[in-house]
Design a protein around this ligand. Structure first.
Ligand code: ADP
Ligand code: MG
Length: 282
């Protein structure tokens, strides 16, 4: 197996969709594991108080575990809350504990509250020697457009939106795109939707094809060619603290996530540089 090509620069990707159950966490975890297994250093940041990404990566997230909460609300550095994973030595994870549920409110009185995650990631990267810096940082957002997701949109260089191939798939998407526009205008001029991933595709239904066509017509090239099928192995894996890639490497769920990650990686080779110093508030 050839390793995936390294991106032109560190890619900080915010995985967002304010709808729950569309595959944000599943995609974050499985893309993260795929990138790492194919040689790219990857950091997954769990930003959902439910901690589902932490669970799926086999990382403890009981209260008291050093977590993203301590970096956002407390004064821990990200370095202090990064944990190894069993999936790959190339894959690290910042878990989320249930404390994070209170962060939306606690952050309100914090200085530069929308910039907390961005500052934490920048500090983390700056403290590492270049050969240890992640190629990819994947941020798994909660199913809302509150202060946590806002932090993730300010921290990211790009957004990946998973879209479930079901009824009402596009409902609410306008609201998310609006928020991304606002963040681009006021807080993070570089942010753009660079990737859309179709998830839970059921090839037996006409509806799934209709949704997929509609999304491709509307969003064009940012939609990955790879589509994630609905596959029971994908939903079983987290129960074993695993990604589907390690749980059942031969499953269609696993091979489709590897394909999606490969495409993501190849698209990352020619990315334009980002001048982070031009960011307001930096
Ligand atoms: P979100 O993070 O957007 O809320 P999840 O990634 O947690 O969504 O997915 C919601 C549910 O659907 C989970 O139980 C997950 O295991 C299941 N699921 C996600 N993707 C697939 C898939 N391709 N096939 C089958 N089940 C899936
Ligand atoms: Mg989730």
């Amino acid at each position: 197996q050839d390793p995936f090509p390294a991106p032109a620069r560190i890619r900080i990707i915010t995985i967002a969709n304010q709808k729950g159950g569309v595959g944000k966490t599943t995609s974050t975890v499985n893309l993260g594991v795929a990138l790492a297994l194919y040689g790219l250093r990857t950091l997954v940041i769990d930003l959902d108080p439910q901690g589902n990404a932490s669970t799926a990566l086999g990382v403890d997230h009981t209260v008291g575990t050093p977590s993203i909460y301590d970096a956002l609300v407390g004064d821990s550095t990200l370095t202090e809350v990064v944990h190894p994973t069993t999936a790959s030595p190339h894959l690290l994870c910042v878990p989320a504990t249930i404390d994070l549920a209170g962060a939306e409110i606690e952050l309100v009185s914090v200085v530069a509250r929308e910039h907390r995650l961005r500052r934490a990631i920048e500090g983390y990267i700056a403290a590492l020697p270049p050969e240890k810096r992640p190629h990819y940082v994947l941020i798994d957002c909660p199913p809302s457009l509150g202060l946590l997701t806002l932090n993730a949109l300010v921290a990211g260089d790009e957004v990946l939106i998973p879209i479930q191939c079901e009824y009402y798939a596009l409902e609410g998407l306008g609201q998310l795109l609006n928020n991304i526009d606002l963040v681009r205008q006021h807080l993070n001029p570089g942010i753009a939707v660079r990737t859309i991933l179709l998830t839970m595709y059921d090839g037996r239904t006409k509806l799934a094809d209709q949704v997929a066509d509609e999304v491709r017509n509307h969003f064009g090239d940012v939609v990955l060619d790879a589509v994630i099928p609905r596959n029971v192995r994908v939903s079983e894996a987290p129960g074993y603290g695993q990604s589907v890639l390690t749980y059942d490497p031969g499953s269609r769920g696993s091979t489709s996530y590897v394909e999606a990650a490969r495409e993501l990686a190849h698209r990352g080779v020619g990315l334009p540089p980002i001048d982070r110093t031009s960011t307001p508030g930096a």
